[in-house]
Design a protein around this ligand. Structure first.
Ligand code: ATR
Length: 277
């Protein structure tokens, strides 16, 4: 196969230099001995449509989409998967052989797959889930937890109307808890998820009181830099089962890689090390 024919994929964002996706996809391409390449694409808002439409002609079979384009990119798609419609954003594009653009969202899939791999005994029906935050990432988490049949979701966000908007949209199994009482909802929760950016390198720490965490609860953080956040460390000290956010990043890439390159990749310790290296 000549170089011009190798399937290309990439990640579209702005900025994009810190994305771990190129390292991940290149690792899998090497591991499975597949032809292909995966490149970072730094694309400003005003150039998004031009770049997305040009990519199939340049040999791209698809692309990941990240901040700040995950919502706007839907306007450029010819087909949108049900889960991308539900979440209101796409993280994956597939360029179909007939020239159409298919948009999908694998964040919810990645969230659940990571939880199931990291906490194999996790039972979604064991009790309510508590979610901190109500931004874009929380939408994917809420929709996947509802799919997994959690009995109830307690959700708390600094800006309460955003949590209420999610409740209106996703329905009666959501209960909004005021941000000042976020610690209290942890007492009821069998599953706890931090979807805020608090605890991320360079951001403030999560200040929600964590002494209500139930021993045995499954606790996960979407923040993955650092991988072992203070939130996860405290949860472990309280006897919780913790699952870090790096795995979600790895698992959300699995369905996309399979569609683009034809092999379903495995997420293993070696995958994690390759991305962290
Ligand atoms: P993402 O797509 O990663 O979810 P986002 O949509 O910007 O990003 O959402 C960020 C989340 O972190 C929101 O829930 C946000 O709360 P607000 O809706 O009140 O902004 C939360 N967040 C960010 N900084 C915060 C802070 N200092 N205190 C509390 N919550 C914070």
């Amino acid at each position: 196969m000549s170089d011009a024919k190798i399937p290309l994929a990439g990640v579209i964002g702005h900025p994009i230099a810190h994305s771990k996706s190129p390292r991940l996809h290149k690792h899998w391409l090497r591991q499975y001995g597949l032809p292909g390449d995966y490149v970072p694409l730094d694309v400003a808002e005003k150039n998004l449509a031009t770049v997305v439409r040009a990519l199939p002609k340049a040999g791209f079979v698809g692309a990941n989409v990240t901040i700040p384009h995950k919502v706007n990119v839907l306007q450029l798609a010819d087909q949108i998967s049900d889960r991308a419609i539900l979440i209101g954003a796409a993280n994956t594009l597939i360029f179909l052989p007939d020239g159409r653009i298919h948009a999908d969202n694998t964040d919810g899939y990645g969230f659940l797959a990571n939880l199931r791999q990291g906490a194999p005994d996790w039972q979604p029906q064991a009790g309510p889930a508590a979610i901190l935050g109500a931004g874009g990432a929380a939408r994917a988490v809420v929709s996947s937890l509802l799919d997994a049949q959690v009995p109830e979701i307690l959700i708390s966000n600094r800006t309460r109307p955003k949590a209420e908007a999610l409740r209106s949209e996703f329905g009666a199994r959501l209960r909004v808890v005021d941000w000042v009482h976020a610690g209290n909802m942890l007492e009821e929760a069998a599953t706890v998820v931090n979807t805020t950016s608090l605890g991320m390198q360079g951001a403030a720490e999560l200040r929600v009181p964590l002494d209500g965490l139930q021993s045995g609860a499954v606790v996960t953080d979407l923040v993955y830099a650092p991988v072992d956040t203070r939130f996860l460390q405290v949860a472990r000290q309280m006897g919780c089962v913790t699952v870090d956010g790096l795995g979600m990043l790895l698992h959300q890439a699995v369905p996309a890689f399979e569609r683009w390159f034809g092999t379903r990749p495995e997420v293993t310790e070696a995958t994690r090390q390759a991305v962290l290296a």
